[in-house]
Design a protein. Structure first.
Length: 264
């Protein structure tokens, strides 16, 4: 029997999801995916029919994989298409944690670096979630002060989880000859623990296929080893690509993550 969301209390509605209270369990909520796609802090906005189902599939397969790997997440299950059952938050941490392996996107401008620069070790930065302010990045020296002088363990916990999730997914995508370039995740507190929340879909990361078999990815700059023109991520939309093209890229991601269930 299909879930009746008309009879449920809507807790929140964002750009790509709606959250409903679970009348049968106050410790969980329903996360319903929408067909909306946005970019530029919400300035760019379109509807892609079928996107909700594709995003739901990708999110389901990635979170189930991370749960098997022992990552602490909010994900419980997927009771029906386009719907995830997740643990209810004690509170949300209003930050995005961005981890990068390869320089791409905005860091090329504000970081004044060449596209394709490889980061080893990974770099993880925190951005305050605020569209009108364009998600400003927190100062790294101040974060260190907060951790060491104020005991703000949330920052170190988020960084630890983000780096681990990146390495897990980087290895998984590498089995399909794809480099995980960067990734942004969100966190909340559940039962007093920093927990991975929200969604992980085509809008959460950049994915660049390998340019050749067995690329040399241990160079200072790996751009020549990768094929950003064949990217599988939301940059297609940001760069003005057609909605059909965007949908096909997201479907390609879902086909790949569907195979995560076969990975150890």
């Amino acid at each position: 029997m299909a879930l009746d969301f008309q009879a449920m209390r809507k807790i929140n509605e964002g750009k790509t999801k709606i959250i409903y209270a679970n009348p049968d369990d106050p410790q969980t909520v329903y996360m319903v995916f929408k067909d909306d796609i946005t970019a530029g802090d919400g300035v760019q906005h379109d509807i892609i029919e079928g996107k909700a189902r594709v995003d739901w599939r990708t999110n389901r397969d990635i979170f189930e994989y991370l749960n098997r790997k022992g990552v602490l997440t909010h994900y419980v299950g997927s009771p029906e298409e386009k719907v995830s059952l997740v643990r209810k938050l004690d509170r949300k941490i209003n930050l995005e944690a961005v981890t990068r392996r390869v320089a791409a996107g905005s860091i090329l401008k504000w970081g004044d670096m060449a596209e394709g620069k490889r980061f080893d070790p990974l770099i993880t930065q925190f951005h305050y979630k605020d569209d009108p302010l364009h998600d400003p990045m927190l100062d790294e020296s101040y974060i260190r002060f907060m951790v060491h002088s104020k005991g703000a363990r949330e920052y170190s916990e988020m960084r630890k989880i983000n780096d681990r999730v990146f390495e897990i997914l980087e290895e998984a995508f590498s089995r399909f000859n794809i480099q995980l370039v960067d990734m942004k995740l969100e966190y909340g507190i559940i039962d007093g623990e920093v927990t991975l929340i929200d969604e992980i879909t085509g809008g959460s990361f950049r994915l660049w296929p390998y340019a050749r078999k067995n690329p040399d990815l241990n160079q200072e700059n790996v751009l020549a080893e990768l094929d950003p023109a064949a990217r599988l991520d939301k940059d297609i939309y940001r760069m003005g690509g057609g909605l059909d093209s965007v949908q096909s890229k997201f479907e390609a991601i879902a086909e790949i993550t569907a195979q995560f269930k076969t990975l150890p």
